[in-house]
Design a binder for this molecule. Structure first.
Ligand SMILES: [Zn+2]
Length: 922
């Protein structure tokens, strides 16, 4: 083709021009740094959101451009002169610009994330429609397809193995990187390029942040493998060809000139892109080397040499492309500082002949070891010495980087700040990859893979907002279900660990497999892996078949044409299909190949996929406070369980955790909303009743009025009051006050403290389901309690005292009671309550719900120095005139006959004790 010839002719000419520019010292001798920040756009369900063009329209002036995948974008920063504050300046610029794009994304109900590989990326996201509308991208895809054929194979092995076939080149869209640029004078360029290759392995080992793709734990920097394989155009034949992958670390040290690389790129790599425009004139002082740039941009060296023109001067730079995006901008700048420091240190070093210092193959293998194992890898370092990455970085390279940064006059404060991050991260082994893998391992023991990946993604965004460096991040813990299941795809929810039988095998094998797996269901495939039938429970338990199992071939008895579903269908479609066709199992099939399975019993969690009462924003904002949020949506009652209003009464919190864990792990079907919240967070942390004032005595309308005016006291408990009030208010408003029940879990300081307190006769029914004594009018006499406050707003509210503080039986009492209430309110059906909870009822559950009225409260103040007679327990009978305790005035006697309640055995509090008497509830 004529166009091809013109392009190649031009390309060769440009290489010759560059050679001359270098020879004649016409390139600028100046130091600058710069960066390209790639990032990913997410929807409100933490999945890739293909709206880059919409966002770009609003931010293109700020240096943003689109990337090949519609859910990715890139920010290009202006070059910054190397100077005292250049790193700080780069950090500030990135922070400022990323805040602009974050804000813009928020207008589209989206967020942006800096991460090497998006944990929640799905195969579905890589479809052809998600290639950004730009002729260049389509041309690139077509060129790769033309050379290699249509389908892409990816095979990456780490802790797990990923084997993957795909037909768009968008797989590289899984990757988002952070490129750091360094402009270098032509005299030093060859040496500096070799240094960048020398240090790549060690610097990468501490910067890794891309360990998971499609839920598989692969390399610590899997981007390296993904990118290499997704753009590989080699045709594999029986002979081993000498061609190279288009993504490469390189093949040798540069000997004399950078021109060697540009020549090699022409010799070894086919032209993928030709310019769509007319070329500019080359006979100028600052020639634009357009063909060279274009070709250079389709050969992906992890350290890429680049020619460019800035401020009317031609120059050369190295683009270090190995860094992943994130975990935070601060971490990225720390990585860059480490790299820059080492570049500058070795620039002044005595190394001139690199092949005498290190075999190139070792530098390359260091790079790949780092990509695979991160901070735990071992390097073959200078003079062939073997050394652990951590030792090398901590003892040798960080001090050298500091010297290097000083040599270009970087502010000592910045040197310390950035290198300290590298030091901490290295010594703690807390790279981005380690954090993701450890969080994933922790979470996936408790929740489904897709939920674990969603949680990790949401935590990354949250921590990025605060710009906390990765080594200080806590592992992601799952406290709340945050995805909206109605948006999930089958591929995210299906079980990938599948098994099947061949149609030509004997029925006895199928019977054996069924004995082992106990699913009463097996998929049947033909020799090509295509699904042809299924063995259902009817077949597997058919007595006639079982008698002759050795003689029967599966094909003859299998059910043909099973119902299947595609991986890119919505999960709710699967739920409906399973219901309509009354299936237990639903095979997932792509191009007739059996790739996964959905089980009915695991789908109940998606069935009630209506939105939560609390939005994700609200949940994240109150993350520490919300212990659990388990729900089925609009219908049913909403129960708010409160615990730890008193920070030393903790059995309710433990009981709630147990209940939520059970519901989530077993995917129990519920009708309604179960919300667990914590009261006095700071007091709970300190295991004290309260910090400044009793949080259970300040729930008064006048305080709420002050709160609304922002005039509330700054004592600690008032802050907690405000947060709790706001949170519960959201729920009350959404439910329009209907069908809400608040259960406030407490403990007593004295023995036999298992009883409930109701505020209105309407609550008697629910309280009586607990089968424990009921106290009916305590809070009428005692204002300011949390429970009484909501009761006065006409919301059912019950206090549930679960037993003595610190007694393990109290946890059990609370847990049992929570299940009883859930059953009473028809949120949970009896069959779903763990039997052990109902059977091993504590002896305190005496199956009676006698009710009592408070007749007397003994109020005390500090100066009374009241103390109780020893060994008084709750519900102990007491006669008028009987000795109860002592204070400053001497002995304290009971004023009436009755039973004693909540005798004071603690330092804090204003009530000495209560006396109660039986009453009849009509
Ligand atoms: Zn309490």
């Amino acid at each position: 083709m004529k166009k091809d010839l013109i392009f190649i002719e031009r390309l060769i000419k440009e290489v010759e021009i560059l050679e001359k520019l270098i020879e004649n010292e016409q390139l600028e001798d100046y130091g600058r740094i710069g960066a390209e920040q790639e990032f990913c756009i997410l929807d409100n369900n933490y999945r890739a959101n293909p709206i880059n063009s919409k966002i770009l329209k609003k931010v293109s002036k700020e240096g943003f451009v689109n990337e090949i995948a519609k859910f990715n974008m890139e920010l290009n920063t202006e070059p910054i002169d190397i100077s005292k504050n250049c790193l700080k300046k780069l950090e500030n610029t990135l922070t400022k610009k990323m805040n602009i794009v974050k804000k813009c994304a928020a207008d589209f109900d989206s967020s942006v994330i800096l991460t090497g590989i998006l944990p929640t990326v799905r195969k579905y996201d890589l479809r052809y429609e998600n290639i950004t509308q730009n002729p260049r991208y389509f041309e690139l895809c077509e060129s790769i397809n033309r050379i290699r054929g249509k389908n892409f194979n990816l095979r990456i092995r780490g802790i797990d193995e990923l084997v993957f076939e795909h037909d768009t080149p968008l797989v590289e869209g899984c990757n988002t990187g952070f490129q750091f640029h360094l402009q270098i004078g032509p005299k030093d360029f060859t040496k500096m390029y070799n240094i960048s290759q020398l240090i790549a392995g060690p610097v990468l080992s501490v910067s890794v942040n891309s360990p998971i793709l499609f839920g598989k734990r692969l390399w610590h920097e899997s981007r390296i493998a993904v990118f290499q394989q997704s753009t590989d155009t080699r045709i594999i034949s029986g002979y081993h060809p000498g061609t190279l992958p288009r993504v490469t670390f390189g093949n040798d040290w540069i000997k004399k000139s950078i021109i060697e690389i540009f020549k090699e790129d022409i010799i070894r790599y086919k032209i993928l892109l030709k310019s769509l425009k007319k070329f500019k004139n080359l006979n100028t002082k600052n020639p634009k080397l357009e063909a060279l740039s274009l070709h250079n941009s389709t050969v992906y060296r992890w350290n890429r040499p680049c020619y460019g023109i800035y401020k009317n001067k031609p120059s050369l730079r190295i683009e270090s492309r190995m860094f992943p995006s994130g975990p935070t901008i601060l971490d990225e700048i720390a990585n860059s500082a480490f790299w820059l420091g080492l570049m500058m240190f070795f620039k002044k070093s005595e190394i001139f002949n690199f092949s005498e210092t290190m075999e190139f193959d070792d530098a390359r293998s260091n790079f790949y070891s780092a990509a695979q194992q991160g901070i735990d890898c071992t390097f073959k370092w200078l003079n062939g010495k073997r050394i652990d990455a951590r030792k090398l970085i901590l003892n040798d390279l960080i001090p050298k980087a500091a010297v290097g940064l000083s040599s270009i006059n970087i502010d000592p404060i910045d040197i310390e700040k950035y290198l300290n991050i590298i030091k901490e991260r290295t010594s703690l082994r807390k790279t981005g990859s380690r954090w993701i893998i450890d969080s994933f391992d922790l979470l996936s023991k408790k929740v489904s893979n897709q939920n674990a990946l969603t949680t990790i993604t949401s935590k990354i965004i949250q921590n990025q907002k605060e710009n906390i460096p990765i080594h200080k991040w806590d592992l992601a813990k799952n406290s709340v279900l945050i995805n909206n299941p109605s948006k999930l795809l089958v591929e995210e929810c299906m079980d990938r660990y599948i098994y099947s039988v061949y149609e030509h095998e004997s029925f006895s094998l199928a019977i054996k497999i069924n004995d082992w797996k106990k699913h009463n269901y097996i998929v049947v495939i033909n020799i090509k892996g295509k699904i042809t039938g299924e063995l259902t429970k009817d077949i597997l338990t058919n007595n006639e078949f079982l008698k002759q199992k050795n003689k029967i071939i599966i094909k003859d008895i299998m059910k043909k044409n099973p119902v299947t579903i595609k991986p890119d269908e919505n999960i709710l479609t699967a739920v409906k299909l399973i219901k309509r066709k009354k299936l237990e199992m639903l095979p997932v099939v792509e191009n007739k190949l059996f790739i996964g399975i959905l089980q009915k019993k695991f789908l109940t969690q998606y069935e009630y996929a209506s939105p939560s009462l609390l939005s994700k924003k609200e949940i994240l904002k109150n993350e520490e406070r919300i212990l659990g949020n388990y729900h089925s949506g609009e219908k049913g009652k909403t129960i708010i369980f409160m615990c730890g209003i008193h920070g030393n009464e903790l059995s309710g919190k433990k009981a709630l955790k147990n209940v939520f864990n059970y519901l989530e792990k077993e995917s129990i079907e519920v009708l309604g909303n179960i919300i667990g919240i914590q009261g006095n967070l700071k007091a709970i942390e300190k295991k004290e009743r309260y910090i400044d004032v009793d949080l259970n005595r300040i729930w008064k309308q006048k305080n709420i009025n002050l709160l609304k005016k922002g005039k509330l006291s700054d004592k600690h408990e008032y802050k907690e009051l405000k947060n709790i009030y706001d949170l519960i208010n959201i729920i009350i408003e959404k439910k329009k006050k209907k069908d809400i029940i608040i259960i406030d879990l407490h403990n007593t300081s004295s023995a036999n403290g298992l009883f409930s307190i109701i505020n209105s006769k309407n609550d008697y029914q629910i309280a009586s389901s607990l089968k424990i004594p009921i106290i009916s009018n305590l809070f009428k006499k005692l204002k300011g309690s949390f429970s009484e406050f909501y009761s006065s707003k006409n919301i059912s509210s019950i206090v549930f005292e679960g037993g003595t503080i610190g007694d393990p039986a109290s946890i059990h009492n609370h847990e049992t009671g929570i299940y009883k209430i859930l059953k009473k309110c028809k949120i949970l059906s009896k069959k779903d309550i763990p039997i052990s909870k109902l059977e091993q009822v504590s002896e305190n559950y005496n199956n009676k719900s006698l009710s009592y009225k408070v007749k007397y409260i003994h109020q005390i103040t500090k100066k009374d120095k009241f103390f109780m007679k020893p060994n008084v327990i709750n519900f102990q009978k007491i006669k008028k005139g009987e000795l109860i305790g002592y204070d400053d005035n001497g002995k304290v006697f009971s004023a009436i006959n009755g039973k004693i309640l909540m005798p004071l055995y603690q330092e804090q509090g204003k009530e000495g004790f209560y006396i109660i008497q039986n009453e009849k509830i009509k």
